[in-house]
Design a protein around this ligand. Sequence first.
Ligand SMILES: [Cu+2]
Ligand SMILES: [Zn+2]
Length: 176
Amino acid sequence: MSPRLPTSAALLAFALAGCTTMADLPDRRIGSATISLPNGQPVGTAQFAQVGNTATVAVALTGIAPGTHGIHLHTTGACAAPDFTSAAGHLNPLDRKHGSAAPGGKHEGDLPNIVIGSGGSGTLTADLMGTPDQVRSWLFDADGTAIVVHAAPDDYVTDPSGNSGARIACGVVKPA
Ligand SMILES: [Cu+2]
Ligand SMILES: [Zn+2]
């Protein structure tokens, strides 16, 4: 019962779903990550792209426990098993507080929760704050960036982590 990874064609179709005009098509890839469990099993991907003057991320996961999971960009591009604490805290180049529902929020790395269905799969797309050039510089700073999936939902308020529990999967973001 090895989880099936989405094919790149499926990911592309997913990334393009909902596009209604050519202007919505990605101009340029920014980067990507393969997201893996502590045992090294890959469970999905994150694709970063520039769409017009917006940077976006599209995540597809397969083989994750059903339910709602917090997911963030973390400030260090290191995914050391088993607990992934090597990824450190949330990506926060503008020195903000955590959570889209908090006053003064949110961190650059705060993403909407990803919902995993009964089959163990789920997808998420989100826009990132800042210009695509800023996002590139923040993602690919000296220590890099990781994307981390958590066991529990992010409450969008609790600083600095969103109270989303253990880190269950992690991927280092690599330049396109
Ligand atoms: Cu996180
Ligand atoms: Zn945060």
